[in-house]
Design a protein around this ligand. Structure first.
Ligand SMILES: *Cc1c(COP(=O)(O)O)cnc(C)c1O
Length: 598
């Protein structure tokens, strides 16, 4: 997020404007009104130590001349941060929020190690090497190859590095044949996370977004590739686990289509178009959660990694299903020959020479320690058990949403992990999800759902986003977003998405279900009540429009003040006009996009 130092921060609005002479005993009195402070001043004898501290409490956007005591600073900041959402109830995020005490101990012991200090921390570098080797094997490297890879700050940096190697290799190939290499393009589906588009923009590659549709489960449609691929295509980003619905893109069909395109265009200087797999979440879920045989039943999904000749690089995020804290990702290439020499930097290290490739230099080392600890302490079966449990909870939750007496056909599920492979149906009994694990579709443990067509036809004036807002008052953070750009108009659908991380156990999922039932019942009740009470002289349409607007205003992020504070921020007329336009399109305020979630 970018931050401006605008007027709002130069002259922050304060609850209390302290007079220069106010001398207060306790820092907490900053929350009292000026009059009250004067009163207390009359009655108390000020102590000298706290004067400085209290004066500085109002200066939140300016560095204080003199610092305040550590314990006071601690309690102020600690208290302020309790306003943040509860990470465990943040069901919007793939990012891990659970760490054991023993892992924390190891993390704290290594918190001050820099991953860039190779000479000083050789064992930290050794643990990084072990993690790369472990991932290479999980991603089916073959005996003849020499996989190579590095740690990154997350999948974003990893995607940049993967994209850069595709770009450089394409340039070499084209240049060697005396062909033009000024117009590279990269192809990905419109369901991509923002990091993928960032690569294209930051590194001057044309971004070709293939629109999705309900028929392709909001994933890349291989058939459309004919219109997008050409000689200047440096490669494809294929997503294993989209952020919107957790679906896995049909990599085998994508490869078949690429073969077809290439065989029709033998004159191209660029054949064997490579794939970089975005496994931000799937990179851990697929190898641990599912057997290859199970994945092979899903249109050859077992060929998602280095066992597929077109897949030359893969990224993942450790802070998602690698179960570390935020700030660690990985990118691996099938073979070291795929890393163009000009991208590697050679640095002297312990008397030898070491090569690096990355956008950052100094980075915390403890996350690598944490990842290695997770590999060792959980082992293959530990990861598998966790992910299968999360999948079970996600499936059981979907099942319950569909079968709930109280919800009576109000909900449709857009994700697919709860569906049988054979016929797309749901089981008779929820226990089949355990006893016949391999009979159900693979994907990331998440549930994307929406108000059903039936519900929306009956109550077209209840905006779905209000469900998200009402659940927020219970502490649940469940975003509501429109689907990505499509060929069938499905971007008009909005979905609510719940990610099932390991803390989201069955009992919590059950509470969430009850809360969803309550929220929807309450919404319908209040809707009908307001509709009855609205003035009779208004037309039905006016009454409905009124309710819709009222609910949308209540549900808007930041509340009705959001647009007003933008006005304050507006430093010129153009920005003010933009803010007015923003207010006019209330609905747009609520339509954010999963592209930017993680
Ligand atoms: C989260 C995510 C990213 C970005 O990863 P970070 O580790 O947050 O940088 C990219 N792609 C997908 C599919 C993701 O889910």
């Amino acid at each position: 997020m970018l931050h401006k130092h605008s007027e709002k921060y130069r002259n922050p609005r304060l609850l209390v404007h302290r007079s220069k002479t106010a001398e207060l005993e306790l820092p907490e009195t900053k929350l009292l009104s000026t009059q009250f402070q004067t009163l207390t001043n009359d009655k108390t004898t000020p102590t000298s130590t706290s004067i400085q501290e209290t004066k500085q409490l109002g200066q939140r956007y300016t560095i204080p001349e003199h610092g305040i005591k550590e314990d006071v600073a601690y309690s102020l900041i600690h208290n302020e941060l309790t306003l943040d959402g509860n990470p465990h109830l943040n069901l919007a995020s793939f990012v891990n929020t659970a760490t054991t005490d023993i892992a924390k101990k190891l993390v704290m012991e290594n918190i001050n190690k820099n991953l860039a200090d190779n000479d000083e921390y050789p064992q930290l570098i050794e643990l990084t090497q072990r993690c790369v080797s472990i991932l290479a094997q999980l991603w089916c490297c073959s005996k003849g190859d020499t996989p190579i890879g590095c740690s990154t700050t997350g999948s974003s940096e990893a995607v940049m590095l993967g994209g850069l190697t595709m770009k450089k290799r394409w340039e070499h190939k084209m240049r060697a044949q005396g062909r033009d290499c000024s117009k590279p393009n990269i192809i990905m589906s419109s369901a991509c996370q923002v990091a993928l588009e960032k690569f294209a923009r930051y590194f001057d590659v044309e971004c070709r977004l293939v629109p999705v549709s309900a028929a392709t489960h909001f994933c890349m449609d291989p058939k459309l590739l004919h219109e997008y691929v050409d000689e200047n295509t440096i490669g494809l980003f294929v997503i294993m686990g989209t952020t919107y619905t957790g679906h896995l893109e049909d990599i085998s069909e994508i490869c078949r289509t690429l073969e077809e395109i290439e065989s029709r265009n033998p004159q191209w200087g660029n054949l064997e178009i490579p794939i970089h797999v975005d496994g931000a979440s799937g990179g851990f879920i697929l190898p641990f959660g599912y057997d290859a045989e199970h994945l092979s039943k899903l249109n050859g999904l077992d060929q998602w990694c280095f066992n597929n000749p077109r897949v030359l690089s893969i990224n993942t995020s450790s802070h998602k299903f690698g179960l570390t804290t935020p700030g660690l990702g990985w990118v691996l290439w099938r073979d070291e020959s795929l890393l163009p020499a000009e991208l590697r930097f050679r640095l002297k290290y312990l008397g030898g020479v070491e090569e690096t490739f990355g956008l950052n230099f100094s980075r915390p080392g403890f996350q690598v320690v944490h990842q290695y600890f997770n590999f060792m302490s959980l082992g293959f079966t530990g990861f598998r058990e966790r992910f299968r449990k999360s999948l079970f909870v996600a499936r059981a939750f979907s099942y319950a949403l569909l079968k709930s007496e109280k919800l009576r056909d109000s909900i449709e599920i857009v994700s697919s992990v709860h569906e049988r492979i054979a016929d797309g149906g749901v089981p008779q009994n929820v226990n089949e999800y355990i006893s016949q694990f391999d009979a159900f579709k693979a994907g990331i443990p998440l549930v994307a759902f929406k108000l059903s067509r039936k519900f929306q036809e009956k109550y077209p004036d209840i905006p779905q986003v209000i469900v998200s807002s009402m659940l927020r008052t219970r502490g649940w953070i469940i975003p509501n977003y429109p689907l990505p750009r499509s060929t069938d108009g499905s971007e008009k659908w909005e979905v609510l998405r719940v990610v099932f991380r390991s803390e989201m156990q069955l009992d919590l999922a059950q509470l969430l279900l009850f809360d969803i039932e309550t929220v929807i019942a309450r919404l319908v009740r209040s809707y009908e009540k307001v509709l009855r009470h609205l003035a009779a002289e208004q037309t039905e349409e006016e009454r409905r429009a009124f309710i819709y607007e009222m609910l949308l205003t209540l549900a808007s992020p930041g509340g009705p003040d959001a647009a007003a504070s933008d006005d304050e921020d507006a430093e010129n007329a153009e920005a003010a006009a933009r803010a007015r336009e923003k207010r006019a399109h209330l609905a747009e305020r609520t339509s954010r996009n999963y592209r930017g979630t993680c």
